[in-house]
Design a protein around this ligand. Structure first.
Ligand SMILES: [Cu+2]
Length: 224
């Protein structure tokens, strides 16, 4: 990941493009509003600066102007909310059937990932846990049961456009489907304590055909 970039890295997620489209629409709207308001502010500062002999005028607001900027802002915000509901629902609610399931348990300052083992089922004898390493197949939905042992953390997969708070006492469902094998970053996006900065794991996306081999090897390693 290019840490020097202001923007998100290229996405490798099935819903990444939808999220990015919303992101750039919001960035453009807020960007234009920001430039216009700051420009106006600077112009007013210069135009009405102190001059010897000029008296200040007392102004008690402008009803019409206030109604207009409040209404326009309200319409834009409501429009964005309506435009994003479809994507929101897809990302937060539509967990695809047949997803591979893992448990990610956050704690100060690491991510522990529990895998279902070769039988593909969580809660059976061949489950095993690895620290700071989430390995998944590509082109297959992955359902994460996200938990926290201590404080609030935020499970962040920048390349997958996934960010979800992990709350103690709750198990939250998060899903994604990676579209390209590779190694990516798992970050914590919530200031969770003194060691927050080193709370970093690695997401490895394997080619689907290689994934069972990886699972067998990881299980053998975990048993030692
Ligand atoms: Cu954390």
């Amino acid at each position: 990941m290019d840490v020097l970039s202001w923007l998100l890295p290229e996405s490798f997620s099935t819903f990444g493009r939808d999220i990015d489209r919303l992101y750039y629409v919001i960035l453009w709207i807020t960007g234009v509003v920001f430039v216009l308001t700051e420009g106006l502010l600077v112009w007013i500062l210069v135009r009405y600066r102190h001059r010897e002999g000029r008296r200040a005028a007392h102004i008690h607001g402008h009803r019409t102007l206030e109604m207009v900027w409040t209404t326009v802002t309200g319409v834009i915000v409501l429009g964005l909310a309506v435009a994003s509901t479809g994507v929101w629902h897809h990302v937060k609610r539509d967990v695809p059937a047949g997803a591979m399931e893992v448990i990610v348990t956050a704690k100060q300052y690491e991510w522990n990932v529990t895998y279902p083992g070769p039988d593909g089922l969580l809660g059976t004898d061949d489950d095993f846990t690895r620290r700071n390493a989430l390995d998944v197949p590509d082109a297959r939905p992955v359902l994460v049961h996200l938990r926290s042992e201590d404080v609030i953390h935020s499970f962040f997969l920048p390349e997958l456009r996934v960010k979800q708070d992990a709350l103690p006492g709750k198990s939250i469902r998060v899903w994604f489907e990676a579209t390209r094998p590779g190694t990516y970053v798992i970050g914590c996006a919530e200031l969770c304590g003194l060691g927050h900065y080193r709370m970093q794991g690695q997401l490895t996306v394997h080619a689907a055909a290689d994934y069972q081999d990886w699972m067998q090897a990881a299980l053998a390693e975990a048993d030692q």
